[in-house]
Design a protein around this ligand. Structure first.
Ligand code: HDE
Length: 681
């Protein structure tokens, strides 16, 4: 495999195959291969006697167990990953010599890990947080990592401040509370005292921080990189991931409830979608700026607290990522994968973005402690699909068996090999940017405007999105104990928008700000999730049914939903089989108590006998929750009485079965994601 010169989309899978072990139907052995005859009783001196030291099997088993945990990632500890393929749409040779982007139809195996940032490994998926979106491309020129987030800007401008923002965001020092949440004093103290965070905080208070699904989330490389072509011409580039299913969010009340009902909500969603063959897809987009336009904008294009508005610098879609295979082993693959923005291939290079420069140090450093030494690149999931040759040797967990006695360069004993390769033959060569300046600890004034783009974000939001942001500030800053700090935050965000700061100031008992407010009026429609892709495909409907349902009608509706790519689960009072009037049988997936309305995109009441009081009570609860969270609701047959009882008929996104085109209308309502303009008490 290593010596193969042809890399195809299956290459990584083939490479991993040789490391995979299926130990089902096998005899048990020790790690030395010795067959084990007894695995439950330790070796003792007599039936009631003491355990003996010489029980090597007991000691090996226990020692391994004692050492099973490795340190979790200091940030992005909780994550979930899958394998897939990236396919290039068209040759990007004009901009970059990166081979995996060089021709239309070229396929590259990838591994993508999604994550939350702040919580521990066992924390809930749906907390308010940034999401990581890291992709390793196993290219023929070595691994390229695009280590992205689902928000396009960052809290800080200089890597030097990363430990500070993370310390502030993590649980507080004295009591280790709260878990996976920024709703506490130290985070907001950091924000108020580091005003460059304003723009990122706006994103964090928006629906982007509670994505409905990893499959419905945008990704952004945040930092400014370079594309360099064969001729050595460089362009500035920002990377984007655009989800084919659109970018959609949960509502906060729902996100909080899901954190209890199903803390694995986002990972389960990704896993299930892949198992069902609903492979999630994203398009890779690039924004490109010519070198000569470096200073043509009213912000510094190297400032990671700034976006390049898509209306000013269009996003060109250059390829498609498809995740199509779940991992076999979470620890071996998802936990041990090691990303690094410094893993680049020829044609992709860095800029002087000061945050990026900090990152280029941190990622390898952190793997040393997390993965226990300098040989983490040899762990199967991290291995490039091309063989690596150099003079690095030894260290913990070395697996390569290098032949020969030479491990230095230059040498003549091995004909001066392994030998460096010229740029023309594919050797990586850094872009020769001219740098001339004094060694100083100082930031350019072009990085000093911290508020204009935070306002741009606010200006671009629709009404419901603004309400989400005001509620989020009210919750988060309202959770801050220090009243002076609360006021500081209000005064800071008055620089973003007076209406916003006034609204949450009133909710948290702070003094509304005075003054003129900002004069920034610019907006960017691409930032609003109301303008995203809308589709019912892969959405999950909770179908409430009781015995005595209308056989044909229900069957037709189920088929209709299936045909539109909608998935569903049948919910009833008891598990087992329910029967229709004509004897049709359906298997119940969940009872009212093993699931919850917050776990569905829509609720449909198909009715049936619906005679018990419990059925009535629970169905009403399911509908009320769905209604409150702006979800589509459908009902036919006896189910319609539930809509009547709750006065839902005629409300936005409520579809009743008196309509002959029920499936069509319901699917359309599902595609809307949420009916934000519904009047909800
Ligand atoms: Fe990271 N980041 N980061 N980060 N980051 C890590 O590396 C760091 C930043 C991102 O699924 C760590 O292996 C510094 C921006 C993702 O395994 C660590 C700075 C963006 C992941 C680290 C940043 C990211 C990480 C922790 C500021 C979006 C998870 C574990 C200078 C573009 C990757 C690890 C995975 C992980 C450092 C800022 C994305 C400590 C110093 C901006 C998606 O090295």
């Amino acid at each position: 495999m290593h010596e193969k010169d042809h890399i195809n989309e299956k290459s990584k899978q083939e490479q991993l195959k040789s490391f995979k072990v299926d130990d089902s139907k096998k005899n048990m052995t020790t790690n030395q291969g010795l067959k084990v005859s007894e695995d439950e009783l330790s070796l003792t001196a007599g039936e009631r006697g003491p355990t003996l030291m010489e029980d090597f099997h007991f000691r090996e088993k226990m020692t391994h167990f004692d050492h099973e945990r490795i340190p979790e990632r200091v940030v992005h500890a909780r994550g979930f990953a899958a394998h897939g393929v990236f396919e290039t749409y068209e040759s990007m040779k004009q901009y970059t010599k990166a081979k995996f982007l060089s021709e239309a139809g070229k396929k590259t195996p990838v591994f993508t890990r999604f994550s939350t940032v702040v919580g521990n490994r066992g924390s809930a998926d749906t907390v308010r947080d940034v999401r990581g979106f890291a992709t390793k491309f196993f290219t023929e020129e070595g691994n390229y990592d695009l280590v992205a987030n689902n928000m396009p800007v960052f809290f800080i401008q200089d890597g030097m401040k990363f430990p500070d923002v993370v310390h502030a965001l993590k649980p507080e020092q004295h009591n280790d509370i709260p878990q996976a949440s920024g709703a506490h004093d130290t985070f907001w103290d950091f924000v108020a005292n580091n005003q460059e965070s304003a723009h990122h905080v706006m994103w964090l208070m928006s629906g982007r921080a509670v994505p409905r699904s990893y499959r419905m989330m945008e990704g952004f490389g945040v930092n400014t990189f370079r594309f360099v072509n064969e001729q050595g011409v460089s362009h500035f580039v920002k990377f984007h991931w655009k989800p084919k299913l659109g970018a959609h969010s949960l509502v906060w009340d729902e996100a909080q409830k899901i954190a209890g009902k199903d803390p694995d909500y986002n990972r389960r969603d990704l896993y299930d979608a892949i198992e069902m063959g609903n492979f999630p897809e994203w398009e890779l987009g690039v924004q490109i700026i010519e070198e000569k336009d470096e200073f043509a904008f009213d912000f510094d294009i190297l400032d990671p607290t700034k976006i390049w508005p898509e209306e000013d610098v269009p996003v060109k879609r250059i390829g498609k990522l498809t995740l199509n295979q779940n991992v076999d082993n979470f620890f071996a693959e998802t936990e041990q994968v090691a990303f690094h923005p410094g893993h680049v291939v020829p044609g992709i290079d860095f800029t002087n973005d000061p945050l990026l420069q900090g990152r280029l140090f941190s990622y390898t450093d952190t793997q040393l402690i997390r993965l226990g030494g300098p040989n983490f690149h040899e762990i199967p999931i991290n291995r490039p699909v091309v063989q690596f040759y150099n003079n690095q040797r030894e260290g913990y967990h070395r697996q390569t068996i290098n032949k020969g006695k030479v491990s230095y360069h230059n040498n003549s004993l091995a004909g001066n090999t392994p030998s460096p390769v010229s740029e023309e033959k594919g050797g990586y060569s850094h872009y020769q940017e001219k740098v001339d300046g004094k060694k100083i600890r100082k930031r350019s004034v072009s990085f000093q405007d911290h508020f204009s783009q935070a306002t741009l974000f606010w200006n671009s939001m629709s009404g419901p999105e603004r309400l989400h942001i005001i509620d989020a500030f009210s919750f988060e800053v309202g959770s801050v104990k220090d009243k002076v700090l609360r006021q500081q935050v209000v005064d800071m965000f008055a620089n973003v928008d007076m209406e916003l700061a006034t609204a949450f100031a009133q909710n948290i008992g702070a003094t509304p700000p005075k003054g003129e407010g900002t004069s920034v009026t610019k907006s960017s429609p691409a930032l609003s999730q109301l303008n995203t892709v809308k589709t019912a495909k892969t959405r999950k409907v909770g179908i409430i049914l009781d015995n005595g349902f209308e056989d044909k009608k229900i069957k037709d509706i189920l088929h209709g939903l299936n045909a539109e790519g909608v998935t569903y689960e049948i919910i009833s009072e008891k598990q087992g089989i329910i029967k229709g009037l004509g004897g049709e049988e359906l298997m119940v997936d969940h009872t009212f108590t093993t699931t919850d309305p917050v776990l569905y995109d829509a609720i449909y009441v198909g009715g049936g006998a619906a005679s018990s009081r419990l059925f009535h009570k629970k169905t009403t609860y399911y509908l009320k929750e769905a209604f409150k969270h702006y979800k589509p609701i459908g009902a036919t047959d006896t189910g319609v009485t539930f809509l009547e009882d709750n006065n839902y008929i005629g409300s936005l996104g409520v579809v009743d079965g008196t309509n002959t085109s029920f499936v069509k209308d319901f699917v359309q309502a599902i595609a809307e994601h949420r009916h934000w303009n519904r009047q909800v008490m």
